[in-house]
Design a protein around this ligand. Structure first.
Ligand code: SF4
Ligand code: SF4
Length: 351
């Protein structure tokens, strides 16, 4: 029989750490997305503007939707936070991208729950499952489903597990009993707003994505604007600072699920070491991981900028033209990469 309780029990069996139910209904913060886009905060992410109307209500995606089952999966591992690493020669990669691609892993688990729901329901049941890529404002639904609250850093924070959580969801046509929404527990804290190195929060709970290092290193397809490059410091894929400083992530639990453990090649690599890998080696390192999103060319672009920012002799050696020839024929001459290498060399020369 399909009830909120049986869905949650099955979700636990499938490995999800959190499961809650939200009603597919009007929620007060859903319409803000349109204003956020109109303010220009989405930058190059045109897909958000194109799907804004559908993102305003899951019933625009699936008219029969009555409930949203929201699932949380902890991905935190036992490695130190980037803010604890004082070495500018180390490459900083967002924690969520260290292991296997969450779209694949959670896609399979979420589909399994969706299939189980269909089989358990006595009558016909419409479902639609998403992992991040669907037109669903999943953090707001997660809050409505009682998984936690959307903090001033715009992340979903569980009072028990912190914010190192992947979210996925299943829209379904059954009216399941909804959970109480999560309560905002940020209080007077402003640690995340104060710690952001680029001032990406124009106001609490509102992110100007165009200023965020995650956007600059992942979403920006062409040149990273010159004025933004120093702010990348040694981040080559995403940024975790506004989560790391959050008190709810201090002593956050870690998972032993092997799929989220850092791959050897992405386990605290040095910038110079990444740079001197061939394109084929870099491709292998990110294959079936979230970092495939940027592909090798943009990854190398980001590493070049980070090497320039690191200011180390190691970086200068790695970017030395003689060494560059050894890196990979053509890899460094690629126009997107070459422009950032020239910038990095000039920055290192100015040390
Ligand atoms: S991820 Fe980094 S750059 Fe982006 S808002 Fe958070 S602290 Fe700022
Ligand atoms: S750092 Fe403080 S203000 Fe920011 S999300 Fe965490 S609790 Fe909220």
């Amino acid at each position: 029989m399909l009830t909120s309780e049986t869905v949650k029990a099955r979700a636990r069996e499938l490995g999800f750490d959190l499961c809650g139910i939200a009603a597919a209904a009007d929620h007060p913060r859903l319409p803000f997305l349109r204003e956020w886009i109109d303010r220009g905060y989405a930058g190059e992410m045109g897909y958000l503007a194109r799907t804004a109307e559908r993102r305003a209500d899951v019933r625009a995606v699936m008219p029969s939707a009555r409930s949203v089952v929201v699932l949380g999966t902890l991905y935190n591992t036992d490695r130190p936070y980037s803010t604890e690493i004082g070495d500018p020669g180390e490459a900083l990669i967002s924690r969520y991208a260290w292991g296997d691609d969450y779209h694949d892993v959670l896609g399979a688990r979420t589909d399994a729950l969706s299939q189980w729901m269909i089989q358990s329901h006595g009558a016909a049941l419409d479902t639609r499952a998403y992992v991040d890529t669907g037109p669903v404002q999943e953090k707001l639904y997660a809050e409505q489903a009682g998984l936690g609250w959307v903090g001033k850093n715009t992340c979903l924070i569980s009072p028990d597990l912190g914010s190192w959580l992947f979210l996925s969801e299943i829209l379904c046509s059954a009216s399941l009993v909804a959970d109480e929404p999560g309560l905002d527990q940020c209080g007077t804290c402003t640690l995340c707003l104060d710690a952001c190195p680029t001032g990406a929060f124009p106001e609490p709970g509102v992110l100007d994505a165009t200023r965020c290092l995650s956007y600059l290193t992942i979403e920006t397809k062409g040149d990273i604007p010159g004025s933004d490059r120093p702010g990348l410091s040694n981040h080559i894929y995403g940024c975790d600072i506004c989560q790391e400083v959050c008190p709810y992530n201090h002593g956050a639990p870690v998972t032993d699920d092997p799929v989220w453990q850092p791959r050897e090649a992405l386990d605290r690599p040095r910038l110079a070491e990444l740079w001197t890998r061939s394109d084929a080696e870099l491709r292998d390192a990110i294959r079936h991981g979230a970092m495939m999103r940027v592909r090798v060319k943009r990854l190398r672009r980001n590493v070049a900028v980070a090497l320039g920012n690191s200011g180390t002799d190691e970086a200068a050696s790695a970017l030395d033209p003689a060494a560059a020839e050894r890196v990979d024929a053509g890899a460094v001459d690629e126009p997107l990469v070459a422009g950032h290498v020239a910038w990095a060399r000039a920055r290192l020369a100015d040390r």
